[in-house]
Design a protein around this ligand. Structure first.
Ligand SMILES: NC(=O)C1=CN([C@@H]2O[C@H](COP(=O)(O)OP(=O)(O)OC[C@H]3O[C@@H](n4cnc5c(N)ncnc54)[C@H](OP(=O)(O)O)[C@@H]3O)[C@@H](O)[C@H]2O)C=CC1
Ligand SMILES: CC(=O)[C@@H](O)[C@H](O)COP(=O)(O)O
Ligand SMILES: [Mn+2]
Length: 379
């Protein structure tokens, strides 16, 4: 029986993780669940999975639902609650599926407590990749990727010698506006931006796909997960999202991982690694798909991808600032305070005034994240 805790259990990745757990209920025990504000859905999850500990955003929510959960379930709240679910249960594996760099302290706490990490919350690696990976190495903790591209690369590298690797390529769907020119992006709406062509995901990552920030974050995520220089990490537009990513070896051989776009597959792989179990996902029929398409990335059309490479190569707090500026800008766009193109503009202006700290300590990262958010909120 594998014991699991889920941070962000009420979100897109969190609910799909619980779908996988329910499909193999005899093999998994849910120890802890952390939600934000969706206490109603969390209560349903408590009734179904009977965790020992749960957490919600506020004290008021916690006091309210403590009266409604079974006697054996303890309710926590806030940032400390998230840390309690990450590190204070008997879980062997913690799925990190909260949105944003708010997931950093709980991810570090889970690693410190020796838990295997199923990592969906990519923003933690963008914000503090060197700290997360160094701590995981020190504690001998595995960080198993859930992000579809990184799960694909992880699978392609299975059993291969690292010195034989030439490069990796992350595929990009192009997001909601992939066929529009920059001129046509001026007046796009939040509703249009939220229509991802292939994946059903949370709002923030769907906007990140449309700006190509998501692929930029994934380039940096790949740098940390696979310990690769940026020169060996490529991006290729692949509108169908069937090839989830691929690796090329010295001898020119390419190995790719394919499947229908369904996050339950990479989630399940992280939960069962190194085993492969039956999946609720639909089998891929290449005969039905017929054709797959590829396009070179246009960095002029997607300047945020260029900015992500630049920040990644610069290192230090540059990626912390990139991530924080983007989180604030996307939240403002979703609240309809700014236009779609202003997301890029805010990121660019934040980076222009950022003074980089190389090899920052955690406190310097936290300060950079806070200050960047204050600046980006006013631009
Ligand atoms: N969705 C996808 O297919 C993919 C997502 N990812 C990554 O996974 C992560 C989650 O994405 P996704 O599931 O789409 O996001 P969602 O917005 O759907 O879910 C976010 C989850 O985090 C919770 N949450 C947010 N803020 C806090 C907080 N301060 N404290 C505790 N919980 C909080 C939310 O709780 P509540 O709703 O209760 O407020 C919710 O459960 C992101 O980092 C994303 O980049 C990566 C690859 C694919
Ligand atoms: C499902 C997943 O992993 C997302 O990160 C996905 O990659 C988004 O697709 P694009 O960023 O390629 O549009
Ligand atoms: Mn992805």
């Amino acid at each position: 029986m594998k014991k699991i805790s889920v941070l962000g259990s009420t979100g897109s990745i969190g609910t799909q993780t619980l779908d996988v757990v329910a499909k193999h209920a005899e093999h998994f025990q849910i120890e802890g669940l952390a939600a934000g504000n969706n206490a109603g859905l969390l209560l349903e999850q408590v009734r179904k999975f009977n965790p020992r500990k749960v957490s919600v955003a506020t004290r008021e929510q916690a006091e309210r639902i403590q009266t409604e959960v079974p006697a054996g379930t303890k309710v926590y709240y806030g940032d400390q609650g998230l840390i309690e679910i990450a590190a204070g249960t008997d879980a062997d594996l913690v799925v990190t599926a909260v949105m944003g760099s708010v997931g950093l302290p709980s991810t570090l706490a889970a690693i410190e407590a020796g838990k295997t990490i199923g990592l969906a919350n990519k923003e933690t690696l963008i914000t503090a990749g060197h700290i997360v990976t160094a701590l995981a190495r020190k504690k001998g903790v595995s960080v198993l990727p859930i992000d579809s591209e990184h799960s694909a690369i992880f699978q392609c590298l299975n059993g291969e010698r690292r010195q034989d690797l030439a490069s990796i390529t992350l595929t990009a769907s192009g997001g909601s506006f992939r066929d529009r020119t920059r001129e046509e992006l001026k007046d796009v709406t939040v509703e249009d931006a939220l229509k991802h062509p292939n994946w059903s995901m949370g709002a923030k990552i769907t906007i990140d796909s449309a700006t190509m920030v998501n692929k930029g974050l994934e380039v940096i995520e790949a740098h940390w997960l696979f310990d690769l220089p940026y020169e060996k990490i490529n991006v290729l537009m692949h509108p169908e999202s069937i090839i989830h990513s691929f690796v090329e070896f010295k001898d020119t051989s390419i190995i790719a991982q394919l499947g229908n776009p369904d996050m339950r597959v990479p989630i399940q792989y992280a939960l069962t690694y190194p085993e492969r179990w039956e999946s609720p996902s639909k089998r891929l029929s290449l005969a039905e798909v017929g054709k797959l398409h590829f396009r070179e990335m246009d960095f002029g059309r997607f300047p945020c991808l260029r900015a992500a490479y630049d920040c990644g190569k610069m290192g230090g707090t540059a990626t912390t600032a990139f991530n924080a500026a983007n989180e604030v800008a996307v939240a403002r766009f979703l609240r309809k305070e700014i236009s779609f193109l202003q997301i890029e503009d805010i990121i660019e202006r934040v980076l222009d005034q950022h003074s980089n700290i190389p090899e920052p300590e955690l406190a310097e990262i936290e300060a950079c994240d806070k200050l960047t958010r204050e600046i980006a909120a006013k631009l």
